[in-house]
Design a protein around this ligand. Structure first.
Ligand code: FES
Ligand SMILES: [Fe+2]
Length: 425
């Protein structure tokens, strides 16, 4: 149970709020780069700020405040130029650092004012990495953008999946440090959703949590497993400040504002050996629906099941009314880490896991207990591996609503024939 004041500290993300200031010290994933392939400008809202994200005609990404310097028109309806974004109302042109570089009528009517230094609009640096766009919204100098090791892996089919979640980000991120929910929400509930009543899945017998530079690892032993199990030896990663890493995929719970979260996930599947070298020219991005045709939350996929827990806790979970139990050690630890880091940032220090050394940022290894991660299989081994087989022979079960063209590209990349897809091996 937390006081209302502490709950407030954990959940308010706007500028000037302690959590808002803390989160602004990290590079934050804000979109899939391919979201700007066709529409070159789109509105986004991150940490309570309304912004326009764009890719200009020279391919450079930019992120600026949504209202024009001139008379506040909506720059997400602007159009891109070779350099920067032009407002559609009177044509003022802004570059990626927020400077106004052209005022067409003023430049003509008062040529002497051309080049005059005007106030800048708010602008944030954006970097593309592994098909994701990361933005930095904090004070300069920005830390390095960490290139987590999986982003350097070759021969993979990657995809970016997003979902709009109507609740506060922190209750989503607490789930990244909660191993026991897996037994109930994903195992026991899934069986019942399929209309079966097959008893209960293997119980969690022990859980443990260790802190490392970039987050926590959580570890578990379930009935039937032993201390040599990779999920006990290595575990899974709660990644600072809003990420979760499971070996072949990342999930981030990105605060849109106090009551909304953008879920961004990055999935990697190594193609079979026979199909290597494989180069993916563009990483597809797609939005996953979370509401079914009956108006209820979609419950058939793992992440969607998690989302049901998160939104069920309320727009902003009222932690003054909760009653924590023995499975919540990770929840307590993650809160403490955030309180400590908010204080550190307020005192002028860098929070946990920020990297200032470019050499270190080039490749940041993360622990993984996933035996499939970064491993090449032959085509036959691949099709017989239960993890990959599920992705080939069923609908991609991690997220609902994968577009047909993404699925087709994935099946082609891994060499799955229509027959295998229909009948299995
Ligand atoms: S409002 Fe943007 S140019 Fe006038
Ligand atoms: Fe989960």
């Amino acid at each position: 149970m937390l006081s209302e004041e502490k709950n407030r500290l954990l959940t308010r993300v706007g500028p000037g709020e302690p959590m808002g200031d803390y989160l602004r010290r990290y590079w934050i994933p804000v979109a899939g780069a391919s979201e700007l392939d066709e529409t070159r400008v789109k509105p986004i809202r991150i940490l309570g700020e309304d912004l326009a994200l764009y890719r200009d005609l020279s391919g450079k990404f930019g992120l600026v405040e949504r209202n024009c310097l001139h008379r506040r028109a909506d720059l997400s309806y602007g159009f891109v130029e070779k350099t920067g974004l032009r407002c559609n109302y009177h044509g003022w042109l802004f570059d990626a650092d927020g400077s106004c570089i052209e005022r067409p009528y003023d430049d003509l009517a008062h040529p002497q004012t051309q080049g005059q230094k005007l106030p800048c609009i708010k602008a944030y640096p954006v970097r593309e990495l592994a098909g994701l766009l990361f933005a930095y919204m904090g004070p300069q100098p920005a830390p390095e953008l960490p290139v987590y090791e999986p982003f350097t892996w070759k021969n993979g089919f990657n995809q970016v999946v997003t979902a709009d979640i109507p609740c506060n980000w922190f209750q989503c991120q607490e789930n990244s440090c909660d191993p026991v929910h897996f037994e109930w929400m994903h195992d026991n509930w899934s069986v019942r959703l399929q209309g079966k009543d097959a008893g209960y899945s293997a119980k969690h017998l022990r859980v443990s949590f260790d802190e490392f530079e970039h987050g926590f690892t959580y570890k578990r032993i379930r009935e039937g497993s032993s201390e040599s199990d990779p999920l006990w030896q290595v575990g899974r990663v709660t990644l600072w400040p809003m990420g979760f890493y499971l070996g072949q995929h990342f999930e981030w719970r990105v605060p849109v504002d106090d009551e909304n979260t953008l879920s961004i996930s990055w999935f990697h599947v190594r193609v079979p050996k026979e199909r290597q070298p494989y180069v993916q020219n563009s990483v597809p991005s797609w939005k996953s629906p979370i509401v079914g045709p009956d108006g209820r939350w979609i419950s058939t996929h793992v992440i969607n099941q998690d989302i049901i827990a998160w939104v069920g806790q309320g727009k902003i979970s009222d932690r003054s009314k909760e009653y924590l139990g023995a499975s919540d050690r990770g929840i307590t630890l993650i809160r403490k880490r955030f309180f400590d880091d908010m204080e550190a940032v307020a005192a002028g220090a860098d929070p946990k896991g920020t990297i200032r050394d470019p050499e270190v940022a080039k490749c940041v290894p993360l622990p993984t207990g996933d035996s499939n991660a970064n491993r090449s299989y032959t085509q036959e081994e691949f099709m017989r591996n239960s993890y990959f087989k599920a992705r080939v022979t069923e609908d991609f079960r991690w997220h609902a609503g994968q577009p047909k063209e993404v699925r087709k590209a994935f099946l082609e990349a891994v060499g799955a024939t229509e027959q295998i897809v229909k009948e299995g091996l």
